[in-house]
Design a protein around this ligand. Structure first.
Ligand code: COA
Length: 321
């Protein structure tokens, strides 16, 4: 037996405002038919003034703590994945810490765009297994609506805002539960395929999202299938052992193509992209929480998380819930 990070509870948060494709088509040259056919997206939530990455992250964290039955005071580590922090600094994790009333803990952000939650989970898992932390909040939270170019119909219809969180506790693995493996990758040669055209050290502006969609699509299917297989192999498992895949929710066609490539039945893939669109680092923990709360995912199920994003970065994790 060895020290393991156990997923004790999940939570998520969405902005109140839900925007359908038809509503978008009133201001963007697009249609519900085009968006549904190419992406599977039907609606997304868009943050209002005052709703930020930190407020959404804190709400998701509170729900995850409640689900785990753990008091915020027990948290000794917050890792928050985001590409849309409230400010360049301080880390949004420290704003969540303050909102939760936690007086002292380790708190920092991780930037790996849509793979951010996988990176954050892997960092927190390592810190728990290394004995540096015992009870962690791992959060993915984004307000991508604030970095979208609403004149660019090829990107602005694809993204939404939201947050998801998990509470990790320390266990001995005796019951088989916990994070069993993680696998992470990055290939910076492709950073011009999906990026933001601004930043504090270059233009001094926040910038807008730019993407070469069809090229991202091609890399996504190959990388996701490979890293999912790699994480399973590290855990000594195969696709046949998997109860649920909780993938990054970018595009229905990417989810279907990846499942086909792996020989995974579509019924074992959690899909929320229709209602949330692509919420970047929030998408995996948000989809996970939805499937836990609606009863699809049960305690003891074997879950694979996977994501790919700008950089490129990509990763997967295997956990028994
Ligand atoms: N509404 C209507 N038409 C649109 C449109 C929209 N919102 N966006 C683009 N189009 C048009 C284009 O102008 C183009 O028209 P043209 O042929 O007259 O020039 C046509 O649709 C096809 O565009 P293209 O970009 O080639 O479409 P596609 O089939 O590649 O689908 C994406 C576009 C973005 C849906 C697809 O490439 C994709 O999902 N890529 C992956 C993106 C992703 O998931 N990124 C995040 C990873 S973290």
């Amino acid at each position: 037996m060895s020290i393991r990070a156990i997923i004790a509870g999940t939570g998520s948060a969405l902005p109140a405002r839900r925007v359908t494709n038809d509503e978008l088509a009133q201001t963007v040259d697009t249609s519900d038919e085009w968006i549904v056919e190419r992406t599977g997206i039907r609606a997304r939530h868009i943050a209002a003034e005052g709703e930020t990455t930190a407020t959404l992250g804190a709400e998701a964290a509170r729900k995850a703590l409640a689900a785990a039955g753990i008091d915020a005071a027990a948290i000794d580590l917050i890792v928050l994945a985001t590409a849309t922090p409230d400010q360049t600094f301080p880390a949004t994790a420290t704003k969540v810490q303050d909102a939760l009333g936690i007086r002292d803990c380790v708190a920092f952000d991780v930037a790996a765009v849509c793979s951010g939650f996988l990176y954050a989970l892997s960092v927190a898992d390592s810190m728990i297994r290394g004995g540096v932390a015992r009870t962690a909040l791992v959060i993915g939270a984004e307000t991508f609506s604030r970095i979208l170019d609403w004149e660019d119909r090829a990107t602005c219809v694809l993204f939404g805002d939201g947050a998801g969180a998990v509470v990790l506790t320390t266990g001995d693995g005796a019951d088989g539960r916990g994070i069993l493996s993680t696998a992470l990758h990055a290939d910076g040669r492709h950073n011009q395929l999906l990026y933001v055209d601004g930043g504090p050290s270059t233009t001094g502006t926040v910038g807008k999202l730019r993407m070469k969609g069809s090229e991202v699509f091609r890399h996504a299917v190959t990388n996701l299938a490979a890293v999912l297989g790699e994480a399973l192999e590290k855990a000594g498992l195969t696709v046949a052992d998997v109860d649920w895949v909780v993938p990054h929710q970018a595009n229905r066609r990417i989810l279907d193509a990846t499942a086909r490539k792996l020989g995974l039945p579509a019924e074992r893939v959690v899909v929320t992209v229709d209602e949330h669109a692509n919420t970047s680092a929030a998408s995996v923990p948000l989809a996970f929480d939805v499937a836990v709360r609606d009863g699809r995912i049960q305690r003891g199920d074997l879950i694979v998380f996977e994501a790919m994003g700008g950089g490129f970065t990509w990763g997967a994790a295997v956990a028994r819930f």
